[in-house]
Design a protein around this ligand. Sequence first.
Ligand code: RB5
Length: 142
Amino acid sequence: MIAVGSDHGGYELKQEIISYLKEKNLEYKDYGTDSKESCDYPVYAKKVANAIVNGECDRGILICGTGIGISITANKIKGIRAALCHDTFSAQATREHNDANILAMGARVVGPGLALKIVDTFLNTEFSNDERHIRRIEQIED
Ligand code: RB5
């Protein structure tokens, strides 16, 4: 199950991502926001991060204007590894090396075409399970 959330700045891109997940028959849960009306990104970052930490969802996608505020917030929650990615190389590397559980993007930074490629890469790349990467993730958790 994929948790999806955004603030007003990311609302339109979130809706495009949801259409894409539906097209691919991927299960998702939309944690809002539900319109382009101004709202506070920490609210949605916390909803998605908590859904992952409590096991309701396996991965998350968070969007705000830059992706920065929403990823900073998500990374405050223990167990969350939110990666801000605006290219497919980073999306692949963060899954393989960091076992990132949330993808963050900025809707004012990337267009929808690239954003969907990044989502696809993030969702289809497995963690390497490499001993050195496991060790480093454990150090983050400590
Ligand atoms: C909202 O205007 C904007 O600040 C927000 O979407 C995000 O970019 C914050 O980091």
